[in-house]
Design a protein around this ligand. Structure first.
Ligand SMILES: [Zn+2]
Length: 428
């Protein structure tokens, strides 16, 4: 996965510090870099770290709390009450450690988040050694970390300042959606993002109901309304983007909005099928995302999302030729990087880019024989095939185990939180 999409057999990459120095044939690079320390991984596929363009990471602690519900029922009757009684600073910190553990062990090196207490999420993400574009939520009703949108915006600005120089973290502002925020709040979010040159993360046109309600309220689709208000006038990451027409897609392309496609979530919540092929054809960058694990997925496995992105597009088009494996891998790597505005830094294995890379064990029974590596990675590989992960030049996973996090301690904390959540919901 480089600019030429080369597949190099018996290849190697050379890392120096946080960056990739060279990519090529092992024999040539061994000659060129004689004194370098060698890490040999026979029977492996080396690929760029996967990029999850949409998640709510601390919701790992609410994994599967309410399945098989309609989005509004799920949000209003399960998620918002469970969050209201449980989400604290510590909850976000431990939920992030669990989420980072799961993401890293399954090959994700960068993720985008939208949640509360984002500074705690950033702290845990740095501790895990992961890369994050972390969006502090701004929403039009009282939540765990802010009573009002004005307070949430002040928290966001403090978060921008606190994480201005951490190489692994890109702080962002995350107005939840058009239907949960006023025009004034959304415009204040855009202004703050532009002032600090940070991205804006938002859910857009996830359900038909959202579209119908917004058209009734504003006379235009969510995309057109947001565009009229200037919300896309700066780097934007839009999640879902399902209920969009040709005019909306043209607007998104003109504004270079990055799209986070979340096939598991869209299928599980029966939100609809995003017109990914049209979006790609319009020149939009479309990445893949897991969304949160509380009922809309319920895991953070990006290999599975690639597989589902390809298959959902095929069944939607009733055509197996569309969205081939190579495109699916591009969505989880180079497109994902472009969605986050990080094309120059991550998403491919090329000299000069940051060293975020993943080894898959290609001798796993489900990966042999292999006639085409793209096919193997997208349609046959599983999270458990990931053996080693490097982020920012540092090895964070070896032989399928985290080198940075205390797995036993995290598991114990998760059990404590599960008991606490059950207890909180039993109280009237
Ligand atoms: Zn979401």
């Amino acid at each position: 996965m480089d600019a030429q999409r080369r597949v190099i057999e018996d290849g190697a990459i050379v890392l120096e510090g946080s960056k990739i120095l060279a990519v090529g044939l092992r024999s040539e690079l061994e000659r060129q870099f004689k004194g370098a320390r060698k890490v040999l991984r026979a029977n492996s596929i080396l690929l760029p770290g996967l990029i999850n363009t949409h998640a709510h990471i601390p919701m790992s602690l609410l994994r599967g709390i309410a399945d098989d519900k309609r989005l509004q029922d799920w949000l209003e009757n399960y998620i918002f009450p469970a969050e209201g009684r449980n989400v604290t600073r510590e909850f976000c910190y431990w939920g992030t450690l669990l989420g980072c553990l799961e993401m890293m062990l399954s090959g994700t090196t960068t993720y985008t988040d939208m949640y509360y207490f984002e500074e705690e999420i950033a702290r845990a993400t740095v501790q895990a050694g992961m890369r994050g574009v972390l969006g502090q939520t701004v929403i039009g009703f009282p939540v765990a970390d802010a009573k009002t949108p004005v307070e949430a915006l002040a928290r966001t600005e403090a978060f921008f300042k606190q994480y201005s120089a951490e190489p692994l973290i890109t702080p962002a502002v995350a107005p939840h959606a058009l239907y949960t925020n006023s025009k004034e709040t959304l415009q204040a979010c855009r202004k703050l993002a532009n002032q600090y040159k940070r991205p804006l993360v938002i859910h857009v046109s996830e359900t038909k109901r959202e579209n119908d309600d917004m058209i009734a309220k504003y006379g235009k689709s969510p995309v057109q309304t947001l565009d009229d208000w200037g919300i896309f006038d700066g780097p934007t990451i839009a999640a879902h983007v399902i209920w969009v027409d040709d005019q909306d897609i043209a607007t998104l392309a003109r504004k270079r909005v990055g799209i986070a496609h979340c096939p598991s979530s869209n299928m599980k919540l029966a939100s609809g099928i995003a017109p990914v092929l049209k979006q790609l054809a319009a020149g939009l960058h479309v990445g893949v995302g897991t969304d949160g694990p509380a009922g809309s997925n319920n895991d953070f496995h990006l290999i599975e999302e690639m597989d589902l992105a390809a298959k959902l597009a095929k069944v939607h088009a009733m055509n197996p030729e569309v969205l081939p494996a190579k495109t699916a891998l591009e969505m989880a790597t180079v497109h994902g990087a472009a969605v986050l505005g990080m094309s120059e830094q991550i998403g491919s294995l090329e000299a000069g880019k940051l060293a975020d890379c993943v080894f898959l064990r290609s001798s796993s029974p489900n990966l042999i024989p292999s006639f085409d590596p793209y096919s193997s990675i997208v349609y046959a590989a599983k999270a458990a095939d990931v053996t080693d992960v490097y982020i920012h030049g540092e090895q964070v996973v070896a032989a399928g185990k985290s080198l940075k996090l205390d797995t036993q301690l995290i598991l114990k904390k998760v059990q404590d939180y599960q008991r606490q959540v059950v207890l909180s919901l039993s109280k009237k």
